[in-house]
Design a protein around this ligand. Sequence first.
Ligand code: KE4
Length: 426
Amino acid sequence: MSESEKLFQRAVKRIPGGVNSPVRAYGAIGETPRFIRRADGCYIYDVDGNQYIDYIDSWGPMILGHNHPAVRESVARAIENGLSFGCATEIEVQMAEFICERIPHVEMVRMVNSGTEAVMSAIRAARGFTGRDKIIKFAGCYHGHSDSLLVSAGSGVMTGGIPDSAGVPKGCVADTMTAAYNDLDSVKTLLEREGSQVAAVIVEPVAANMGVVLPEEGFLSGLRTLCDEYGALLIFDEVITGFRLAFGGAAQYYNVRPDLVTYGKIIGAGMPVGAYGGRREIMEMVSPVGAVYQAGTLSGNPIAMAAGLTQLTLLYEHPEIYRELEEKGERLYGGMEAILAKKGIGYRLNHIASLGSLFFTDRNVRDYVSAKSADTAAFAEYFKAMLKSGIHLAPSQFEAMFLSTAHTEEAIEATLEAVEKYFSAV
Ligand code: KE4
């Protein structure tokens, strides 16, 4: 029995599913999750000493690779002064100034401890600012696990909410309406009927939680126009895309200005950090200056700020990183597409810059319904074969691959060889 199997046997006795976040359990794969001891650059090492080229990258934070020396040293220095004070600190001011002085649509920002908290708080700020209760989200988009956002849209345009999760009272989702990604008409339908009550439209500007699904031409700008027309706020959930597609995230990449934006992952460099920010008049609704209450014991934690600010500073001072990630993405995802084409396999590979997803379907994947057409059993076989070849992918068809600057040409070639080997045998 492997060390991972032994640990998993112990873990399931004391932790639900043996994991502290469901997707880590490999549930959709039917394998024992690999317990990781350490990581460095683009590699992770499990407790049995196996090395993998890592495309989870902690689900996005590790854009500069694991164990980056500058990030590690900033944490080591910060720890010498203590871990947490529950008081204001200079580095929180530096972090807020750094973001607001470089992201035009963020005039004020509040730090929290996760993407979930960031989104939950941004929604509350939007409701407080507009005095309206309803929100519109999109089928297949994931915005963390707060009650009102755990809404399954099923297919097409839905109204009201159908809780995805047990334990979510109908009242919590009654004000959540669901539209179809890349379908402006589905948004118009909801706004024509309920527009005067809609506080915000929240969207992943590049969806990455139904697998990667790109916004079609005019979709994001169309949301901007519709929100302006009905007085609703546009919230970009950039927990994944923020500081990844460009330093200014998808908002910069697609040149569409949200009223509020949420961040996570990269902003903490692997430490628990989320943030929400945007127009000053909205953010000044937030306590203690405004009537929208939001708080957090460890928000703006100085150790997490040290890690996050170091990573953001490196990204800002080295804009060539974004070109490098585009090129690496082209090499990896373009290489995978070429292998599939050569084999005459019609699977779909959606990708943008460092993000990508291989869908086991020959349909164009442009929304939740088409994403759900993917053959998850086929994906599971692919995942297991790639794991055996030393390639660590997200254990779900509906997640993304994350490239980092630490993914070397050699690692990308090794990945393409493993893909070639799998599709030659299957
Ligand atoms: P967290 O609360 O997990 O930090 O962030 C929630 C969240 C919000 N918005 C978007 C667009 C997100 O992708 C996420 C979290 N992403 C998942 C991966 N798809 C986190 C992995 C997990 O749940 O373990």
